[in-house]
Ligand binder design. Sequence first.
Ligand code: THU
Length: 129
Amino acid sequence: MDAIIRKLQTLKKQALAEYSHFHVAAILVTREGQEISGFNIESSSYSLTICAERVALFKALSEGYREFKEIYIMSDDERPCPPCGACRQVLLDYAPDIQVVMVGASGEMQKVPLRDLLPYAFDKQRLIR
Ligand code: THU
């Protein structure tokens, strides 16, 4: 089995998801091939929860990485797990050309460019007047 699938399966078990019990893992791959991992971290004040994808992205940004090739996402579901709308927006802000690889719990993969997941997107160009 693909090494990345095993990494996602292991990582997902560490998710801090005691409220939803929905475990998600994300691995962000930088231009240099560095893998930055994340899992969802939930809060007792539910809305403060942060998704696996944004944990991985914010970790990477705070470590100085600025260019990204791919993000792999896996949940407990056999169906490949798509990123939520909030994560799509933040990914677009920092990694507009990234490929999103949605992975099912047993390894089924679906790869889609982020831009296809967020048509008619709001982006920083809109802020320029
Ligand atoms: N979640 C993610 O981590 N990524 C997604 O793309 C979808 C949702 C998390 C947030 C919350 O902890 C749990 O899954 C249920 O929504």
